[in-house]
Write a protein that binds this ligand. Structure first.
Ligand SMILES: Cc1ncc(COP(=O)(O)O)c(C=O)c1O
Length: 424
């Protein structure tokens, strides 16, 4: 059977050990091909019940007395994220705040842990919030911020950072380096262990942004000796728009790190309300403030589903689904003027592919307007399409690609009038 036969996708679905999970998610319109789970995952039915139960049985019934039951939830939720997706033993993952805030916190802590070092390193293709935060630190503290130009094909393929690329910029002046596990635009996967080891050779820490990897890939932070990482829970994690993010701080560096915001939840003996700050030991010393328990319940529900399904199975389906996308691209989309900006080697990519086209923005908008396909668009010229293994069937992806082919081959996408939208 050829990949261009719809039966090919139906056969994959028939043999998919994760197929049963699709019915656990709220699907408003079954005709829609939702290929944007790398941006916002779908709502698990169970979350509706869990949040309702929380409102009535916790907040409603217990009011302030509930805090004795709730106060540990950033830690227990973090442990669940760690065991389900990060290969992290308990006591190292904190579910809290946003990815941006956690990144600011860990970058500040890493700088303080390497006094005298004045250089920090990031890449041009990294997510804007990470680059902007480091630009802020560089300006405020007079640091040397090196931004590796991995958008230049002479330097990197598909924006990937390799130890060889990185080593040219390393010295004993580097406090830390920071990269994404999965490049948000191209979908390329970096080798977290090899890069962390390379930075460590020069005495530098590494902060990983795992936003596009967590819940899609079998990460093994403890095994790979990762220092620090951050990520969200609303993409492949399906915990809802703006759901709490997380930070990973390896046990071996917890005592030497102090985050810049010394909030009252990080205080030893918090409720003694002492006059000066004394950092609590362990991960408690990284929590700033009062957690949103309602939001944490949503994270617990969706990461519970991920744990049950098994992150290895999920990674395997990401590889198969993206392979089908690449094969359909070769058959249908390359002749229509698309180019693939995602590695062909499954070990070098995650759950999404990036298709470059000079008219990518109009195409992405037209897919929504005319074809019931939800992708996203990333400037300047990429359409991103994802498989979210617990929610997507293979045939949903196949249908989405067929509609994309037809929209472009008939030039129907040129009829889209409005490409103005706050969010792309
Ligand atoms: C790779 C990456 N890092 C950071 C962020 C920022 O996340 P937040 O707005 O939740 O802080 C995002 C958001 O999409 C992202 O994709």
């Amino acid at each position: 059977m050829k990949v261009t036969d719809r039966e090919f996708a139906l056969e994959l679905d028939a043999n998919d050990p994760l197929g049963k999970y699709r019915s656990e998610f709220f699907i408003g319109d079954a005709n829609v091909c939702y290929l944007d789970g790398n941006s916002l995952g779908r709502l698990p039915h169970k979350t509706i019940k869990v949040i309702n139960d929380y409102l009535i049985n916790d907040w409603g019934s217990k009011v302030v007395e509930g805090w004795n039951d709730w106060i540990e939830e950033p830690f227990t939720t973090g442990d669940l994220i760690g065991s389900a997706t990060l290969g992290a033993a308990p006591g190292q993952v904190l579910a809290t705040d946003t990815t941006s805030i956690n990144f600011y916190q860990l970058a500040g802590a890493a700088l303080a842990a390497r006094p005298g070092r004045k250089t920090i390193i990031i890449d041009e293709a990294n997510f804007p919030t990470d680059r902007y935060i480091l630009q802020g630190y560089a300006k405020e503290r007079g640091l040397n911020l090196i931004t590796i130009n991995n958008e230049d094909p002479a330097i990197s393929t598909h924006e990937r950072i390799t130890p060889e690329i990185l080593e040219k910029y390393l010295s004993d002046d580097v406090a830390f380096v920071s990269f994404e596990v999965i490049q948000y635009r191209s979908g390329a996967r970096n080798d977290v262990k090899a890069i962390t080891d390379m930075a460590r050779k020069y005495g530098a820490l590494t902060i990983w942004d795992c936003s596009h990897a967590v819940g899609a890939l079998d990460l093994q932070f403890d095994r790979d000796g990762i220092d620090l990482a951050v990520g969200c829970t609303y993409k492949f994690g399906s915990s809802g728009p703006g759901s709490p993010a997380w930070m990973y701080v390896a046990k071996r560096v917890q005592s030497e790190l102090q985050v810049p915001i010394q909030g009252w939840h990080a205080q030893e003996n918090q409720f003694e309300m002492g006059s000066t700050f004394k950092k609590a030991s362990g991960l408690a010393g990284f929590q700033i403030a009062t957690p949103s328990i309602i939001a944490l319940r949503s994270v617990q529900t969706s990461f519970g589903i991920i744990e049950e399904a098994g992150i290895r199975n999920i990674e395997e389906k990401c590889a198969k689904g993206t392979q089908m996308m690449i094969d359909l691209y070769d058959a249908w989309l390359a002749p229509l003027g698309f180019t693939l900006n995602t590695p062909r080697n499954a070990k070098e990519r995650g759950g999404h592919v990036s298709l470059v086209h000079p008219d990518a923005k109009r195409i992405a908008f037209a897919l929504r307007a005319f074809a019931d396909v939800i992708p996203d668009y990333r400037a300047p010229n990429s359409v991103r399409l994802a498989i979210s293994p617990l929610q997507n069937s293979y045939v949903e992806i196949w249908d989405g690609f067929q509609r994309l082919r037809d929209l472009v081959s008939t030039r129907q996408y040129e009829k889209v009038e409005n490409t103005n939208s706050k969010v792309t």
